[in-house]
Design a binder for this molecule. Structure first.
Ligand SMILES: N[C@@H](CCC[C@H](N)C(=O)O)C(=O)O
Length: 282
């Protein structure tokens, strides 16, 4: 599937058990036809009678706590299977809710942001995470500095720029910032330009996946960081390389993410080895 061009493999492990091993994830990603940004593995509920557990695996085999575009793909897949629109899931980031809204769009409640340095987490104490001391770039080139940082279940840094987001070599800075010693669990790195208080242009280097066409949690992080630094309203349209998402920081502190999800094709996958066969196209 894809969520705005974010390549997602939804793996159904309900009633089967097992898990997608790190080796299998790396093997799947090494094959051009099954290259992905995240695998979303749907498991049986961890406690009988509760919600299905969703495991999230990045293309480098690492595990992530949250994935907004992937959650929309899971909602879309289950909604086609079950003919209903509302779902509750357990994820490493907590309980999340998703709903197909009937116009080809899906809204996911991505939970609440966390701003404390130890929750993100950072390796150094910062009293205010709206603009932390961090700078990268040579003196004579566009410099990225003072990002706003937060956790949407996973760590995000939003660098605010006044000029075109495409004028920054995110492919070069991304891996350096992702692995900066300030971030003990690495970090998702975004560059954001505010066009209007309700419109932001965003590019993201994803932790564990690199440059992607869209990152849902990065869009949530950018909107919340924008609102708490008075750059944006609490609801905005975000233009990403893959298309548009709408994010709203609700009065109850929950962040909702709305956008499309698309089935590309189905197949059979051995989660232990990564061997797969392609079935029908959508
Ligand atoms: N594509 C995602 C984010 C996936 C997880 C991220 N790479 C991490 O390791 O935190 C999204 O749509 O949110």
């Amino acid at each position: 599937m894809n969520g705005l061009g974010n390549q997602i493999i939804v793996v159904d492990l309900r009633g089967r058990g097992g898990r997608v091993t790190t080796e299998a994830a790396i093997a799947i990603n090494a094959q051009p036809e099954t290259r992905f940004d995240q695998i979303m593995a749907i498991h049986d509920p961890r406690t009988p009678g509760t919600a299905n557990y969703i495991e999230i695996i990045n293309s480098d085999g690492s595990r992530a706590q949250s994935c907004g575009n992937g959650m929309r793909c899971v909602v879309q897949a289950l909604s086609v299977e079950q003919g209903r629109q509302r779902f509750t899931f357990e994820t490493p980031a907590g309980i999340l809710f998703g709903e197909e809204t009937g116009d080809g769009l899906i809204t996911v409640d991505m939970g609440t942001p966390k701003f404390a340095w130890y929750d993100i987490p950072l390796n150094e104490e910062f009293a205010d995470t709206r603009a932390i001391e961090l700078q990268i770039g040579p003196i004579d080139a566009p410099v990225l500095h003072s990002p706003s940082v937060l956790s949407m279940g996973n760590p995000h840094a939003t660098f605010w720029v006044k000029d075109d987001v495409w004028s920054y070599a995110l492919d070069r800075f991304g891996p350096l910032l992702e692995n900066h010693p300030l971030f003990p669990e690495r970090c998702n790195i975004s560059i954001a330009q505010v066009m209007q208080p309700d419109h932001v242009v965003l590019r993201t280097w994803e932790r564990g996946a690199g440059l992607t066409r869209a990152c849902g949690t990065a869009a949530c992080a950018a909107l919340v960081n924008g609102a708490r630094t008075r750059r944006t309203a609490r609801k905005a349209r975000l233009t990403l390389p893959g298309g548009e998402l709408t994010v709203e920081w609700q009065p109850d502190d929950h962040v909702t993410l709305t956008g499309p999800a698309e089935l590309e094709w189905r197949g059979r996958l051995d989660p232990a080895t990564g061997a797969w066969t392609r079935g029908e196209a959508a």
